[in-house]
Design a protein around this ligand. Structure first.
Ligand SMILES: Cc1ncc(COP(=O)(O)O)c(C=O)c1O
Length: 462
């Protein structure tokens, strides 16, 4: 296939005139233009001027099988030709059926029922509505509140936003759906600041899990429908669960009849070396929400996978779940997802992640010799590097410093160095890494070198 030739100036002007970027300052279009990415191959993407970038974030935690997979494009074309669209509203088509069967097979235990959407926020929204409806069907209509963790991101629909724990992303849209309550996350690096056990990871995990029990009791168990947790919390910079955390959370949920939702929009499909990340930590949720890497981004889809217990009231009689999306379970996306999951199996991507993760971590931990690098944390192919002003005291940057460092320097310097990743400050400033799962030790070293160059310069600016 010959590459399409693009006119950068014309596209910049059209973008400036008409394109509204997501989660971004439109004003940057006028001052510095927008990076236009035109092509991807393997773990690289290329901009309109042909410059190559290491895709350190798999697009947006999405392109787990890597860019430029011809077979995924071919399967999409074949499905579009055969049946481009039909809804799963009272009908079905083979690819959605096959994909539901496949996902149920990967999901643990009793999670056998699959409700499709078009992305992660809709999957979370679906789980929220289903949790409320489920308890109403059990004759317990006051169980409608939901608990999630501080700084966690669960999507932007107003229901999902009620679960999202980042005040700065919500205040302008208040009042969002009521009923969302926040508990501490598992940021062990900041344990002392939370008044939690700071020198014993397991004790910290127990402390953090018990905050969920405390919130259930504060609000009253008869008012709480569900707890939404990511296996590894992304926002804030990769907080893995301490050992024993999810075991205790499961006990608490069982004790108070509260549903446990594992929001795996980022963590599923290999990010942590398993199809579903709850398997990495040995817990069985009542629902899993997933999206992003199900197709490695070659077409959009999301899903809420539900236990037999929650499904039971819908299995017979006149009860319907009055909820859905025109494009939920889209035939092209479902066909692509099946092929993508074949690639995972054939290439052993999960095994690869499990095997290589310690090497990736070790490579990134080398950066701890830099004064600005406070903490390196994560799991699988999913790491966060927390930047600090003072390593001894763990003092973080104030808003102005953060603005200067992250927006004014780091984001651009990283990109200019040929590494696409994210410098984020939804909690304390972190660099987030979640590359395609196809990379190995040579590429870990390449990432470390690129980061070292930029972070050394950032350290010199402290
Ligand atoms: C944990 C989590 N849940 C939900 C979402 C929302 O997904 P989407 O952007 O596909 O709506 C995201 C997006 O990054 C996420 O990370």
């Amino acid at each position: 296939m010959t590459d399409t030739v693009y006119d950068n100036d014309a596209l910049q002007q059209k973008a400036k005139d008409h394109l509204w970027m997501h989660f971004a300052r439109q004003s940057t279009m006028a001052t510095s233009g927008v990076p236009i990415i035109t092509r991807g191959q393997g773990h690289h993407v290329y901009d309109i001027e042909g410059r190559e970038y290491f895709d350190g974030l798999a697009g947006l935690f999405v392109v787990n099988a890597g860019h430029g997979r011809k077979r995924l494009a071919e399967v999409a074309a074949k499905q579009a030709e055969q049946l481009a669209f039909f809804p799963i509203w009272s009908y079905a088509h083979p690819s959605a059926i096959e994909l539901a069967d496949r996902l149920a097979g990967y999901a643990p235990g009793e999670l056998n029922r699959v409700f499709f959407s078009t992305g992660g926020g809709e999957a979370v929204e679906t789980a929220f509505k289903l949790a409320k409806y489920y308890w109403k069907l059990q004759g317990r209509p006051t169980k409608h509140k939901v608990i999630s963790r501080s700084v966690a991101y669960h999507g932007t629909p107003q229901g999902a936003l009620a679960i999202t724990g980042i005040p700065g992303m919500k205040e302008m849209f208040e009042p969002v759906t009521p009923g969302g309550f926040r508990v501490p996350n598992t940021n062990f690096y900041r344990a002392a600041e939370m008044g939690a056990p700071a020198d014993d990871l397991e004790a910290f995990g127990l402390w953090a899990a018990n905050r969920i029990e405390e919130m259930i009791l504060f609000e009253g168990p008869e008012t709480v429908a569900a707890v939404f947790l990511e296996p590894v919390q992304n926002s804030g910079g990769c907080f893995p669960p301490p050992p024993g955390y999810f075991k205790r959370v499961r006990e608490i949920c069982d004790q108070y009849d509260v549903l446990l939702v594992s929001d795996e929009v980022i963590c599923a499909f290999g990010r942590l070396g398993h199809m579903f990340a709850c398997d990495a930590y040995g817990y069985e949720p009542d629902m899993i929400t997933c999206a992003k890497a199900m197709t490695s981004g070659y077409s959009p889809i999301g899903a809420t996978i539900v236990s037999e217990k929650i499904y039971a009231p819908f299995a017979e009689g006149n009860t319907s779940f009055y909820h859905g999306y025109t494009f939920g379970g889209h035939p092209v996306s479902a066909a692509v997802a099946l092929e993508n999951l074949d690639i995972f199996e054939e290439e052993g991507l999960n095994e690869r992640v499990r095997e290589n993760s310690p090497l990736f971590r070790a490579e990134l931990e080398k950066l701890l010799d830099l004064p600005i690098v406070g903490d390196v944390r994560g799991d699988g192919y999913f790491f966060g590097i927390e930047l600090v002003k003072d390593k001894e005291t763990r003092e973080t940057f104030d808003d102005e410093e953060s603005e200067k460092l992250l927006r004014g320097f780091l984001s651009k310097a990283l990109f200019d160095s040929g590494l696409y990743c994210r410098a984020d400050d939804r909690g304390d400033p972190v660099i987030q890494l979640a590359p395609p799962l196809t990379i190995g030790p040579a590429e870990f070293a390449e990432i470390e070198q690129k980061l070292r160059g930029v972070l050394t310069e950032a350290s010199n600016r402290l």
